[in-house]
Design a protein around this ligand. Sequence first.
Ligand code: AHR
Length: 516
Amino acid sequence: MKNTISSVLLGMFFTACSLTMEAQQTNIQVNYKDARHVINPNIYGHFAEHLGRCIYGGFFVGDTSSIPNTNGVRNDVVAALKTLKIPVLRWPGGCFADTYHWKDGIGPKEKRPAIVNRWWGGVTEDNSFGVHDFLNMCELLNTEPYLAGNIGSGTVQELADWVQYVNTNTKNPMSDLRKQNGREKPWNVKFWGVGNEAWGCGGNMTPEYYTGEYRKYATFMADWSNTDKIFRVASGANSTDYKWTETIMKNIPNQMVEGVALHHYSVIDWGAKGPSTDFTEQQYFITMQRALQMDSLVIKHSAIMDKYDPKKKIALIVDEWGGWYDVEPGTNPGFLYQQNTIRDAMIAGVTLNIFNNHADRVRMANLAQAINVLQAVILTDKEKMILTPTYHVMEMFNVHQGATMLPVSFKTNNYVFNGKKLAAVSVSASKDSTGAVHLSLVNIDPAKAQKITFNTGDEKVAGITGRILASGKLQDYNSFTEPAKVKPEAFTGAVLNNNTVTVSLPPASVVVLTIK
Ligand code: AHR
């Protein structure tokens, strides 16, 4: 441990020398004694929709492909996602979910109907990646499936049958059909979405109408006492639509719903989203404003939920979040393919800190989306695959999965642009089962370094290690020709002195520290 401390001290010296005179001071109070809530690993969840090249070309290439695969699923993707430790994967949409008829995606592939993917590019969906393909892939990835049910264009019977097909062993037509299709044991899928964006692509419903529909579908997905303990997620609000959450909580009995969703994208303006790489500082500032808004959204939606569920039994499930920009020039506008820069690393860092800090209510979140769509963690180009800055942040943060959240309090400096202000520093902390404390720090200010101090509590600390993700410019990204331009490095800018740690946080950086 001595070595760790002295190398940290040395690193601190060099970093201190390189810091500008403008370094700002933030003192963080870590409240070790108030550790109560476990950070649900599912906060680090992902989302895979039949949209653009997320499934086809992203996850799935088919078993006749020359790209190395297991039952058609890319081996490079499986390895990368296993390293990431993805706890849960939502499928098949998104908007696609309310057009998806799951029986189209079972049985011999050559007999599956080809349909038009009407939300996303109007392309042919041949259903070659279906129910078994997805659920078996989840087993390969060691991840929990989260199925989004179709209540927009499907029927109550169809969704009830889907639950039976994947979850029952008792003899019935659905379990027989599953066995006939080659799967003896049920998959026991726990997480079920009851529709998606019911206020929009899921059926343009009013909240009152949706809650009536929800009650009907949810009734037939379970039995009287939900013996199988499936976890039903009500389609949730669009960002600030608090009336939606209020109506859901008021009209659906608590015992009929286990989770309520929320969708929020960091989009500058739906009519002018701006480019994913060649953006201005003004566009960066607005994007970060939208990302930081997640905190007040979680607080306000949770406060509504508290009125009807004071014991917080029902989870807030942020099952779509992330940055949304213009598609890459020359790509299909319906495919939502965008690059991923340091700006996205900042969005990921601050958002995951927000979720960690609200671990009492936020118990699942799904980044939109895993591969080749919106704020992806992986991009593919035929046989090539790259990891994005967002991937690296999610991998660095995975130490928080299942750890106990340590509340933090602090007053941060501002990142000021054109006279407008945003909190420059974001932080969350947790203690894992081995007793190690992890602190994730984000400085969104692209020009000013931050000097941070925090206390290590009463316990004796042997040393600190850390990793950092940063790059020369906010616009830096990994490309197929330069795949490792942005990647985590060892961080040596933290120094321990008695029970105080001082950290020099460079501009636009994400740092995760481990204190043992
Ligand atoms: O993630 C892309 C789309 O955004 C989803 O299909 C939909 O639910 C949301 O509007």
